[in-house]
Design a protein around this ligand. Sequence first.
Ligand SMILES: [Mn+2]
Length: 500
Amino acid sequence: MSLLSSLVRRGVPSLSRGATRWCPCRKVSLKVPSRYLGQPSPYTHPHLMKYGEVTPGLTQTEFELRRQRLASLIESQVDRRPGTSHVVIVLSHPVRYMTNDIPYPFHQNQDFLYLTGILEPDSALVLSGTGRPDSAALFVPRRDPARELWDGPRSGRDGAAALTGLDRVHSTEELGLVLKSLKGSTVWYDSTQPCHPRLHQTHIQPLLEGGASVKPLRPLAHALRAVKSPAEVALMQKAGSITAQAFMKTMGASGGAVDEALLFAKFDFECRAHGANFLAYPPVVAGGDRANTLHYINNNQIIKDGEMVLLDGGCEYFGYVSDITRTWPVNGRFSPAQAELYEAVLEVQMACLSLCSPGVSLDHIYSTMLELLGRQLRRLGIVGGSAGDADALKAARRFCPHHVGHYLGMDVHDTPELSRCQPLQPGMAITIEPGLYVGRDDASCPERFRGLGVRIEDDVVIREEGDPLVLSAETPKAIADVERTCAQRDHRRKPLPVGV
Ligand SMILES: [Mn+2]
């Protein structure tokens, strides 16, 4: 049985329903230190967050409920022999370096972030308890004026305690010592690919070498992360809305021949200018035939007047991401062949969106997509009229070599532990992204379609009843809306001389 269905079967409370063993009358700590911490706080960033929130939009209560749900899930996974003690260990990421002394922008381990809200490196969470691991201890880097001079302020124990509302906050150095006292417990920990090799080696390895029984944590964390709470949906909606604004501005910045790099920069700028933290992944800004390279991220060619651009981009907004694709003609007017191919993909995309409801799986939507694409290929004359259904399906797989979508959330390809044959549940977020890609040299296709690639991708949240909530709804999609948006040039600029 899958984790999610076992979660539901056993009646583990969802965040939206709220019932839990944990007492909600627990007081919320308001004593946030009046100094900069290692991450935004209600004191330093009142424009972003309220008191009682650990990260913008997510309260101490929400994080406590997540930890309680994890404890319930572990309790439901194991035999209930009295006296069995459990310990959950989740490490943060370390800072990674691109070269000597030059760090990459820090990105937190999402499972750690999901359970703590802590955005600093070199940290850890330990949950322990007999029967039910629901007693939390947080480990954060100690304050160090010499390091903070270079790297910026750290939250320290008092800052992290005030932010999270957790009572037990230690320095990371003490992790091994605390774990030593928990010897003999079943350990829930991802040991195969430790996300912080140094902390793993120093503090966790000795515990594991003591012969502890180790069980993987990631599948459980992903099962929980897959179903979004109302607060998470609100953050994803914000990420979707920011991205939609950026798409509209970027559509307005094309106009005749244009450099892919300019559209890339415009999209990045508009995402950040509308409040995103950064782009969620290197976007695909592919003009003309380059749209047929699915992971094209060079973004350094001139798109010719008369060609389309495929932009697959998304941003991150306080831990939650968007992932949207639109394809439009850079001169603002679809040619008849472009419009024909675009409408074919759009029709399939709308049909797939209407399938997004509880009980249906991503794999089921995928097979429907292939069937519908096959029909469109026949209509377009790409598949011959005499070809059978099997041939049409084969062609659909050839002209759309990727899946219909994936889970979405804190990660772009979120919760990969979750199979795509899992029935969708209310609160799950997915992408729906059919495409058709016709190679420039594909002599089997009518000439007018050669070198065209179209993908249309929306982000949706499954709802209990009715249509899904489309997070990317503000992004123009119908041909008339796309053309109207392209015509709204906010930065009039001279078209690039072709061949620059
Ligand atoms: Mn996607």
